[in-house]
Design a protein around this ligand. Sequence first.
Ligand code: ADP
Length: 709
Amino acid sequence: MPRVAAPTAPVQGVDSEAKLAFVEFLLTSIDVQESARRAVDWLVAHAAVKEVAVLVPEAASNEMLLVAEHGISSGAIMDFALNRDDGSHPLIAALRSPISLFVDSLPSRHRVPLEANAFHAIPLRSEPSETGYGLLLVSGVGPELDAETQWLGRTLGKQVSRLMGRQLLAETRFGQERMLLYSIINAVTDPILLTDTEGKLIIANSHAEKLFAAPEEASEGWRRAVGLNNMLFSAALSTSAVGMVEMARRELLLVDPLEGSDLLFELLSSRAKDERQGTYVVSILRNVTDLARAKEEIEESYRTLRVAQAEVRDERHRLDLIIDSVADPILVTDQEGDIVLMNTPAERLFNAPGIDDETALRRVRANGANLTSFVSNVLTRSGEQRYRGEIQLGDPLTGRPLPVEAVAGTILSEQGELMWVVTILHDLTEALEKARLYEQLKQASVELERKVQEATAELAQQNELLRRQHIALEQASALKSQFLANMSHEFRTPLNAILGYTHMLLNNVTGPVSDPQRKSLSRIDSNARHLLALINDILDITRIEAGRMPLNATTFGVGELFEEVQSELEPIIKRSNLTVSTKVRGAVPSVRSDRQKVKQIVLNLLSNALKFTPAGSVTMTASYDARLRQVAIAVRDTGVGIPEDDQVKVFEDFRQLDSSPARGYGGTGLGLSICRRLAQILGGTIDLQSAQGEGSTFTLRLPAKTRRR
Ligand code: ADP
């Protein structure tokens, strides 16, 4: 509370009435200027003063103001200016002086409103120890202050002190309230601004200042951001002013001057009307950046959710397609073991749609029970991702047992709890059948192997037997050959004796023989010769077989061999009435071979040709194959020919095509077999081309040079 101190100066002298009146006035006055004017008037009336001036400080500017005066020109009033902080000025010094000062020589640089050179400067205060609130300047009273002026100085000093102190207090209270208000608006986290209707900033809290004001040291970017914010804000306010709404609400996009990022605000502006000052706009900005971001994020997650839902739908569709296109039954069961999804093959087993036959339905229930027990096994074995087992099911319609292999997989939720069991059934009928067949096959194979082993053993036994028989046969053959050779030899000696004696008898060595005797002797001779030929042939064969046919190679011409053979058989040729010719085709080189054996072969072939050709001709042809270095000797006749079936047989031992006792041709049946054996020994071949009734061609092929065997 401002202390109201009544002037305490004693009322003295004749002017006590006037003093009292003055004091009473002061008590009722609350205005410094008014009090000062009254004091000047009183002084002029009661003291011999010339010029009077009262100076008090102005609160806002700190200037000393002239609030009342007497005897001062208006020009001096206008020129006067004094700052309270100007300590060098004698008037400011006077304020702090414990006593009133008499100034009689003022330095010219200091100005005072008085024209007089000498004057009193009386500090206006309640106690002499205080700094004066103002000054009372008086001239014309002389160096000593009179009592009236002193009294007035003291009285006015108390009044000024009282009033100025109150004013200060009032100012302090206003300041406090202002500070409180500032701290309140600063405590609000939203930027708050008070502007005029043009958007010019009057008051802003610290949050608003961050957006709309840049400090001295701010960077260029900061300043630009602030400038932009101010522009955007004014624009927003002017549009709201256009709308003329009392409380406008709109979105305002600003820039964070420090970060440079966008900040979205909701701008709430309202008009405040003040009778004295006009219209203000109070704006509150609410930061909705996070809100907008959150909104965006929510929208984004909603979109993502929609996409995910669509994907899940597609996935489900695909899954259905896959499940339905699988031929094996597939079932999905929940934690309770109830079927939640199955494909058509599974439905046939566990649902039997459209069937109301009681037996079939009972089988369906049995299948369901078997599946449930399998799935419950899977459920109790939580932790295992896959479970494999066999279930015995039955075809609901036919009742045919259906062994299946069941493979189950579990599907877990994100929290790891078991959600579903997917079971795929695979028909084992075929697999079991295959296994059965495989088993049978395996047994058969074992049996076969056993039999093969037995047969092999038997075969080995047989082989052994055969080998032994072969050895025995070889031995027997060797013995036979030996026997035949021996026998032939033994036969030949007496036979030669028979032939010799017969010959002698026929040649009348032992006396003349009659015709019938000669005939008989001739028969003996021809039979003996036949026998000798036979024995020679056998001897040849046994020699060849025993490998005891020696080779005696010489070089000879085929032409000359032909001549020799032909002349040797001349008697037979003559008798046969056949045309026998020889031909050497091209240049045939001399042959190096066993001449005697080649001759024996050609002789044999020619005599056969003569023998088996009733009419026509026999031709012997020699030719040379330079590429194979082979000489070919062909004996061709126009005789009876040899049927195809017999063409192999004629080369066998003792083989005669006409083997009847009444056959028309003589011979032993050994000729061709000996020829072939001899040809082999010489490194050559004999082959035959013939057709029945058309004649035959026997061809001997020999290497031009027989290699040593
Ligand atoms: P043989 O001493 O009986 O003639 P071969 O071994 O020489 O014995 O002949 C065997 C058989 O082949 C003869 O009996 C005959 O039937 C047949 N043969 C051989 N040469 C001729 C030929 N030139 N024409 C027809 N048949 C032949």
